[in-house]
Design a protein around this ligand. Structure first.
Ligand code: ADP
Ligand code: MG
Length: 679
């Protein structure tokens, strides 16, 4: 068997199980071996029953005193009970619905049991423990626990992994021997064996070090190779032009930060190397206008610009706004989205190809193969974190080496931005347009919901529009209690409490066309309230939307809440955000209180990093990087630097990774790029 074989080739894996594996992204035996354990249970160090901390997962070593038999419970369920214990205390073991659970246990024999200990000190018990014999513990003192899915338990995955480790021909090693020696890393096959069946903590550490390094190296290589940029000369050289006429044409004065950022961009555009710049600014800081200044300058130099937005609604809105902003200079804007009618699309494509359009605004449709630019000079990606790495590169790839500007409201730590863009420059908009009042944020409990609706009704009467965000679409989607579902909320809460008001519903399961219609109705003021899941479009500007209500606020990171509340208050006037949570945890209340007192996106992101750990901040959709199997971009910083350095050296010596000793590595990098493209 080799690592490209399907998991179905494993014993006892049929089509049904294979489907479940596929749900975990596991198709081949190689995928299975790259499904690394989430953690390990340490059978080598059992704790005494008496002192086992209640509620925590522990291992105890206990002798079976008596098998108490199987009881039938109402509803056809079964209960198996076993009496056991060690020197410190006795322990009752129970299993529900596993009638054969005790069959293999022998009275007077000693076993290792893993699970949670509960009950009072005088009657300790363990429900559904995992059992290990002495021989099993000797063979694998550290037992792997795998990320599992419904119907595919960690134990079953472990059995399949064991079989694969026995029967699969050793995996080829992507790291050349010289690199392994230099960083003192075990070879691939050894590392894979150790991560799945470690003899002790040292082996886990060594295996992790090796696999993390390999993964980060591949990621870095993939990114560098896909960037196709580097130190080349730009294909769109430009001459400096004053921005004054552009500023003068606006109905308002630009902020100091906007001027500064636009000047930085203007300077970049006139350099021989292509611009590679990130424009970072909190929601509502006016990034679009800065982009418009760049588009203006490019057009004066005879170059086309392209702006890519993550959603259709946002693309349409950008096209309309930019058309207005740029019209005084005779610039023409073409819109290109996936759902456009064939004739309109054809006209847009023609305008882009002939150069008649100075600016193309669109969704990822602008990456389509049929889209040919006459002379693309400036590529702009809005809300960059919503795009995969590949897509950003693809837009720039539409011309030789155009200038690239990416815009984001999410502050990105330096290590991560290096990884995502290589050496990019950053402009920061740290100033909101004047007259914009900071959003007032309040945290309340569900008891106040009725009062809140009375308040909402007044806001609507005063001409404001309201968003209400719920975590679920329908009830029963999630077993967790007390979560609001948008559909139910609309019928049972919003409609009864806001009689006569026009209320719309928005969620991810609507068709793109339906979503667009709902959003358009809300934008046009034909709806007073929009009950929605978090799909409400990033960056969308509905000037009259003044109130944002977020149900189950405890479910979100602060950055996410901050992004959501940034949807309101864009038209001036006092905007309000109401966070509703019945969660009683002190940490949650602190978090929400913090948000009530700060409106600075950078402080908010920092709080998330400090208090919730990198996991939330680097949540999969935040950075557009492929999901990593084992490395953690936030905490494996040292490995990341080493990988960056090594990638640089490798590519200097072998720019296309063509040498025979780099073949395995090149293949792995290619795989990663494919995964990134799917992201
Ligand atoms: P974001 O940075 O979140 O993308 P936008 O570019 O959508 O922000 O701008 C938010 C709103 O602020 C828009 O309605 C825009 O017209 C307005 N705006 C931008 N700059 C200024 C300014 N200097 N003065 C007043 N309003 C501005
Ligand atoms: Mg924006």
């Amino acid at each position: 068997m080799n690592c490209e074989d399907q998991v179905q080739f494993l014993k006892r894996v049929g089509p049904v199980l294979a489907k479940k594996f596929a749900r975990l992204g596991i198709v081949t035996v190689g995928d299975l071996l790259a499904h690394y354990p989430r953690r390990y249970v340490d059978y080598a160090h059992p704790v005494p029953v008496l002192s086992a901390p209640a509620g925590e997962e522990v291992v105890v070593k206990a002798t079976v005193y008596a098998k108490l038999g199987t009881t039938r419970l109402p509803g056809g369920r079964t209960l198996v009970k076993v009496q056991a214990g060690d020197d410190s205390a006795s322990l009752t073991l129970t299993w529900f619905n596993i009638p054969y659970a005790a069959d293999k246990l022998l009275v007077d024999e000693t076993y290792w049991f893993a699970g949670r200990v509960g009950g009072p000190l005088t009657a300790r018990e363990m429900v559904s423990p995992v059992v290990r014999t002495c021989a099993q513990v000797k063979a694998a003192p550290f037992s792997a626990v795998y990320p599992q899915t419904e119907g595919l338990s960690s134990a079953v995955i472990g059995r399949c992994v064991a079989q694969a480790l026995e029967q699969c021909v050793p995996l080829p090693d992507p790291l050349p021997p010289e690199l392994r020696r230099r960083f003192r890393l075990p070879d691939k096959w050894t590392a894979v064996r150790m991560i799945h069946r470690p003899a002790g903590p040292e082996e886990i550490a060594a295996a992790r070090r090796r696999l993390i390094f390999e993964e980060l190296l591949c990621l870095q290589l993939a990114l560098t190779l896909s960037r196709s940029r580097g130190q080349q000369r730009t294909s769109a050289p430009m001459e400096p032009r004053p921005l004054e006429p552009f500023w003068a044409s606006l109905p308002f004065a630009p902020t100091g930060a906007q001027r500064r950022a636009a000047e930085e961009i203007a300077a970049d555009l006139c350099r021989p190397a292509p611009m590679n710049r990130l424009l970072q600014g909190d929601v509502g800081s006016g990034k679009t206008l800065v982009a418009a200044a760049g588009i203006y300058l490019a057009a004066l130099n005879g170059w086309q610009s392209a702006l890519m937005a993550p959603t259709e609604i946002l693309a349409v809105q950008h096209a309309e706004n930019l058309q207005k902003t740029l019209a005084p200079f005779g610039l023409r804007v073409a819109l290109l989205t996936g759902s456009m009618k064939a004739a309109a699309k054809k006209a847009a494509l023609a305008a882009i190809a002939s150069g008649e359009a100075d600016l193309v605004v669109g969704t990822h449709a602008v990456l389509g193969t049929g889209v040919e630019f006459a002379r693309l000079g400036l590529a702009i990606v809005d809300e960059q974190h919503r795009f995969g790495v590949r897509q950003r590169g693809q837009l720039a790839g539409k011309a030789g080496a155009p200038h690239l500007l990416v815009m984001s409201a999410t502050p990105i730590p330096r290590t991560l931005s290096l990884l995502m863009y290589g050496d990019l420059d950053v402009s920061i908009l740290d100033e909101l347009p004047p007259g914009r009042m900071p959003i007032k944020t309040y945290a309340i409990t569900g008891k106040k919901r009725r009062d809140m609706f009375a308040y909402l009704d007044k806001c609507i009467a005063a001409g404001q529009q309201v968003y209400i965000v719920c975590p679920l679409i329908e009830e029963g989607e999630n077993t967790a209690q007390g979560m609001q579902a948008a559909k139910t909320y609309l019928e049972q809460v919003a409609k009864p409490l806001l009689p006569g008001r026009r209320i719309g519903l928005m969620h991810g399961r609507l068709k793109p066309k339906e979503k667009a219609e709902v959003m358009a109705a809300f934008s046009a003021g034909e709806l007073d309230v929009l009950v929605s899941t978090t799909v409400i479009e990033v960056g969308v500007d509905v000037p009259r939307a003044g109130v944002m209500v977020i149900e189950n606020a405890e479910r979100y990171g602060l950055s996410a809440l901050h992004q959501l509340r940034g949807r309101v208050g864009r038209g001036g006037g006092q905007a309000v955000c109401i966070l509703i949570s019945d969660h009683e945890g002190e940490a949650v209340r602190d978090r929400l209180r913090f948000l009530c007192h700060t409106t600075d996106g950078f402080q908010v992101a920092q709080y998330d990093l400090d208090h919730r750990g990198p996991g939330d901040f680097f949540g999969s959709r935040q950075h557009g990087l492929p999901t990593l199997q084992i490395a953690d971009l936030a905490s494996d910083t040292r490995a990341l630097y080493a990988a960056q350095q090594t990638a640089h050296e490798l590519l200097e010596a072998d720019p296309g990774l063509d040498k025979p000793e780099h073949q395995v590595l090149a293949r792995q990098v290619e795989q990663l790029l494919r995964r990134a493209a799917l992201n």
